[in-house]
Design a protein around this ligand. Structure first.
Ligand code: PLP
Length: 232
């Protein structure tokens, strides 16, 4: 697996998809989803031009961070966040992408406040309404944002979504379009303490569609690193 080659190809495809949407590739942030990949491979990706890495597990993130795996890149948390891991995570990453409840918002704010920092977050939306998925239901989103308005140690920078696994190519366009509409509607409402700048959606199988629907942050694992080995 030639990681450098993959990264260059992907950057070119991002550029093309962006142009088809009348945008520029420079507007789109490529986050390498690094779960299960060892520090050497992550460093290879950073050398090839990756500027953002996303991890799914707090323990794995802290271990790999202590080994210098992400040096030269910003670090994101993109996995399901357990409450008992919040205190270890806050302050370790530039962006926590997977915040989906008032409990998590409150815990992150409390920890950030104790550290004297402001923690940037995204709100994860369960756009496909799937029972087994994380994310706040679209109809509960505004209620959650209203809570975030007064939590000054967190700053909501946008939205994240993981749509259902598509049965056919293009199958997720409607979810991506729904997310983009939510993003635009919320931006227009000008909530206090909330800046709708980031719309994080699109993975290896569907990132071009996500870009066509208005995504400006995609999270790719397989396309960069190849198929994942099961962890431990
Ligand atoms: C693993 C993962 C990705 C990347 O998935 P690929 O299909 O390998 O590109 C993106 N987002 C999240 C939240 C992930 O857990």
């Amino acid at each position: 697996m030639d990681i450098g080659h993959n990264v260059r190809e992907i950057l070119r495809e991002i550029d093309e998809a962006a142009k088809r949407a009348g945008r520029s590739g420079a507007e789109i942030t490529l986050v390498a989803a690094t779960k299960t990949n060892p520090p050497e491979k992550i460093r290879e990706a950073v050398l090839a031009g990756i500027r953002d890495c996303g991890e799914n597990r707090v323990q794995e993130l802290l271990e790999k961070k202590s080994l210098g795996a992400y040096e030269g890149a910003r670090l994101h948390f993109i996995g399901h966040l357990q409450r008992n891991k919040v205190n270890r995570l806050v302050g370790e990453v530039s962006l926590i992408q997977s915040v989906d409840s008032s409990e998590l918002v409150n815990m992150i704010a409390e920890r950030a406040s104790a550290l004297g920092i402001i923690q940037d977050i995204l709100i994860e939306v369960n756009i496909g309404g799937e029972d087994a998925k994380s994310g706040v239901a679209p109809e509960k989103l505004e209620e959650l944002l209203e809570i975030c308005e007064s939590r000054r140690a967190v700053r909501v920078r946008g939205l994240m979504a993981i749509p259902p696994i598509a049965a056919a190519p293009g199958g997720n366009r409607r979810y991506f379009d729904q997310m983009h509409k939510l993003f635009i509607d919320i931006k227009a409402k000008k909530y206090d303490n909330i800046s709708m700048e980031i719309l994080s959606m699109g993975m290896s199988g569907d990132y071009e569609d996500a870009i066509l629907s208005g995504s400006n942050m995609i999270r790719l694992g397989t396309a960069i690193f190849g198929p994942r080995q099961p962890l431990r």
